[in-house]
Design a protein around this ligand. Structure first.
Ligand SMILES: Nc1ncnc2c1ncn2[C@@H]1O[C@H](COP(=O)(O)OP(=O)(O)OP(=O)(O)O)[C@@H](O)[C@H]1O
Length: 486
């Protein structure tokens, strides 16, 4: 791990106002053609939109920030375009984003007199359809019904297309993910009170979900969205485009064997395969930079329940959480079902990331081994049977757990907190946690991010912790007060 302090690593130059990431998050570690199998290793390594091999079909010219175009094949994405009418009701006005199993579109619901904007998640044809059922069941749980931290399904239907039948889930549109909001910010940090409120809301979301028997199973920065203010619905499409930018369709071009792009006008060029759109649409940026967020507009929603499960009904052994927030039992005890405690580990990691300028565990292209090495730097030697199972330990540690890495490469709790939370805040002239708060914060994280799942607090215990009660929840309550006033 590089001992840098606060320079963001993946910051790419903004195109218009949207923060750019490495082009897409959709390059899977498994062969693209087997889309059903993609559900299993939900690991994203790196990105490309022009990915192809001779076995996997045609190659396309690269287009930044759109879904992997190889995903447009039988069983894969549904080709949609701006202005399409979906289900005789939803007029597509822009793209909101994409995930590994879906594209998400901003549409106007033309069925209501006061046409409102909605988000339509169009799943790949081979997607198993679990998320709607999960969300429906969750929403039926008393208490969750009205919770605004869990997505509300407005409509659900299927559509047929050249690549198969696709489940579509309609929800209110959100602004952007926390990951996007932070990447858009110049300081790579949220204001302290905003971050505290986000942490409180996320913890409450997890508490509600756990209380009704569900484990989310995929808590990470990209799955927490900032809610959209209702004022969006007052904009006409024209006003929306003026304010946020009109769609900028990018022609999808096949690559010749030489690697050159064919031209659309090239009479020699073969037609695009059936089911591949002629244009790809980079997403709109409805978001806000993390620096500019105010407490009164900080409302989050925990999304992507595609791998949520009820331990009471179903055992889940495999973790789909990205490595940076994946609990260690997923590696060391693959035959023991995951539990609520797996979410608590991820929650601890994400809360650190909300308060700081980067993730608790450094994860850019990190292998499981590097991640486990960091866990040991943080937590010391794992339980003996886990230590014995970890074959690569000798590369990084002596038998007694003493790291072989140089001192400068060892980042313990205090160093991570100081270097990645406090120091960047101080250097940017932002508010930092006082000593009392810092202690309470670290005490809380140190009870959540521990080796043994059974030693982690429950979500309920967690809400009772000093940092939550004295700093996080009051910030959230203050936000609500200001929201009501404005
Ligand atoms: N309601 C919404 N409003 C605005 N943007 C959204 C909405 N839902 C999803 N998005 C955007 O689309 C991205 C992908 O969504 P989501 O994670 O639900 O898809 P997925 O196919 O399940 O992805 P993965 O499983 O790879 O995380 C989000 O990170 C977000 O940027």
């Amino acid at each position: 791990m590089k001992p840098f302090r606060y320079l963001p690593r993946l910051r790419l130059v903004p195109r218009r106002v949207r923060p750019r990431r490495i082009p897409t998050q959709s390059y899977l570690a498994v062969s693209p053609p087997n889309l059903a199998a993609n559900r299993v290793p939900k690991v994203r390594l790196f990105s490309s939109t022009s990915f192809s091999t001779s076995n996997w079909g045609p190659s396309y010219g690269p287009i930044e920030d759109v879904e992997g175009l190889y995903g447009y094949q039988p069983g894969g994405h549904h080709p949609l375009n701006i202005n399409d009418l979906v289900h005789d009701r939803y007029r597509v006005v822009h793209k909101l984003g994409h995930g590994s199993f879906s594209t998400i579109w901003l549409a106007l619901d033309e069925s209501s007199a006061d046409a409102r904007y909605v988000a339509i998640k169009v799943c790949t044809a081979e997607y198993d359809g679990g998320e709607v059922n999960i969300l429906r069941q969750l929403r039926r749980s008393p208490g969750i019904g009205e919770s605004f931290w869990v997505p509300k399904i407005l409509h659900h239907f299927g559509i047929d297309g050249p690549n198969g039948r696709h489940e579509c889930i309609v929800t209110p549109p959100a602004r952007c993910s926390l990951r996007d909001a932070r990447e858009a910010s110049s300081r790579w940090l949220f204001p302290l009170d905003v971050a505290r409120s986000m942490a409180a809301q996320l913890a409450m979301a997890v508490q509600v979900v756990h209380e009704w028997g569900w484990v989310h199973g995929d808590i990470h920065f990209g799955n927490i969205l900032l809610q959209m203010p209702a004022s969006l619905n007052h904009l006409t499409v024209q006003q929306l485009y003026e304010q946020f930018g009109a769609p900028d369709p990018q022609p999808v071009l096949l690559l010749k064997e030489t690697g050159e792009e064919t031209r659309q006008s090239d009479s020699e060029s073969p037609p695009l395969p059936t089911g591949v759109p002629s244009y790809a649409i980079p997403p709109i940026w409805l978001g806000k930079s993390g620096d500019d967020l105010s407490l009164s507009e900080t409302k989050i929603i925990l999304t992507d329940f595609g791998v949520a499960f009820r331990p009471e009904d179903k055992s889940r052994f495999e973790s789909y959480t990205p490595l940076v927030s994946r609990p260690p039992e997923a590696l060391f005890e693959p035959t023991v079902p995951l539990s609520f405690a797996s979410d608590i580990w991820s929650l601890g990691c994400v809360i650190f990331e909300i308060m700081g300028h980067r993730s608790l565990i450094d994860g850019i292209l990190a292998t499981q081994n590097r991640v486990t090495t960091q866990h040991v730097h943080l937590l010391g030697k794992p339980p003996a049977e886990w230590w014995a199972k970890w074959q690569s330990r000798e590369k990084h540690f002596d038998d007694d757990g003493t790291p072989r890495d140089k001192e400068s490469d060892i980042w313990n709790w205090e160093r991570r907190f100081e270097g990645w939370v406090q120091s960047p805040r101080r250097d940017f002239g932002m508010e930092v946690m006082g000593q009392e708060e810092a202690h309470a914060f670290m005490d809380m994280l140190k009870t959540m991010v521990v080796w043994r799942p059974e030693e982690r607090p429950t979500a309920e215990d967690f809400m009772d912790m000093e940092w939550m009660k004295k700093w996080a929840i009051p910030a959230y309550e203050e936000g609500i007060k200001r929201m009501c006033k404005s």
